[in-house]
Design a protein. Structure first.
Length: 98
């Protein structure tokens, strides 16, 4: 999934800039988010937002709510794309701060 891949890439870049070795597992979504938060890359609220979108996109997370499946798919894609945009813009802005 693009969101997960991008978050891992951002975490890898942030970790490469730190002086001390990092202790997160890039294959575990929760650890990646926790690392991004603890390193100051994202806030607690942003972490919750990323976790929520990831949960929404996860297999089996959808329950019938009267919205057709194709519309739920469209909504999920929109969430994922917007969170990818957020992660990238946020990281680029933080990377270029003095």
């Amino acid at each position: 999934m693009a969101l997960e891949t991008l978050a891992v890439d951002v975490a890898t870049h942030v970790a490469s800039l730190q002086q001390s070795p990092t202790t997160y597992n890039p294959s575990k979504w929760g650890e990646v988010l926790s690392f991004l938060r603890s390193s100051g890359e994202i806030t607690v609220e942003e972490e919750k937002g990323l976790a929520g979108v990831f949960g929404f996109l996860s297999p089996g997370a959808h329950r019938p709510v009267g919205i057709p499946e194709d519309q739920m798919t469209r909504l999920g894609r929109s969430f994922a794309l917007n969170m990818c945009w957020f992660l990238l813009k946020n990281h680029l802005a933080r990377s270029h701060q003095p």
